[in-house]
Design a protein around this ligand. Structure first.
Ligand code: HEC
Length: 147
């Protein structure tokens, strides 16, 4: 009986972002459990996105793209690009965010149509980001969009 409860807890959603095998480096096999934008997200954008989303473009992902993404409206959908509540705004004092309400995540997953958007999966015309990289982006949002 005890082991049944243990197995159930292991598969529980609440543990999803804290499992040891998900901690690590975004460039490796495991998603970063509690990423920061500067250390973990901007490098992904630099590598896969900045070439097509540079300075004067509608969406600049080239340098310090934090303020261009967090709680900024998307042009293609009614969602924000990244939906987060700043630390201090919630009752607990901790920030939180919703990958489901973040158009950026839908563009990475390729389900932008279902999210009320349009256009192609990002990065456009090449392989999608790895599951690990997308999970790191989702973790960053869920944990409150640490700069
Ligand atoms: C080859 C060029 C190219 C690359 C690489 C690329 N994009 Fe895009 N992106 C576009 C174009 C063109 C559009 C508009 C048409 C579309 O959505 O398909 C767009 C649209 C978007 C939008 C929608 C913007 C809005 O305001 O609704 C997001 C978000 C986005 N890209 C994120 C990314 C991310 C993140 C990456 C890297 C993982 C990336 N893009 C890589 C060309 C590119």
């Amino acid at each position: 009986m005890r082991s049944t409860i243990f197995l159930f807890a292991w598969g529980c959603n609440d543990f999803r972002y804290d499992l040891p095998y998900r901690g690590g480096n975004a460039a490796g096999d495991t998603a970063v459990a509690d990423p920061s934008f500067a250390a973990d997200i901007q490098p992904i954008l630099d590598q896969h996105c900045a070439g097509c989303h540079p300075g004067q473009d509608a969406l600049d992902l080239s340098t310090d793209a934090y303020t261009n993404l967090v709680n900024q409206p998307s042009q293609e959908s009614d969602l924000d690009l990244v939906s987060c509540t700043a630390a201090g705004d919630t009752a607990s004092g901790a920030g939180t965010g919703s990958p489901d309400d973040s158009y950026l995540v839908h563009k990475l997953l390729g389900d932008q149509d279902a999210a009320g958007g349009t256009g192609g999966q990002m990065p456009l015309g090449v392989s999608a980001l790895t599951t690990t990289e997308i999970q790191t982006v989702e973790n960053w949002i869920t944990k409150g969009c640490t700069p």
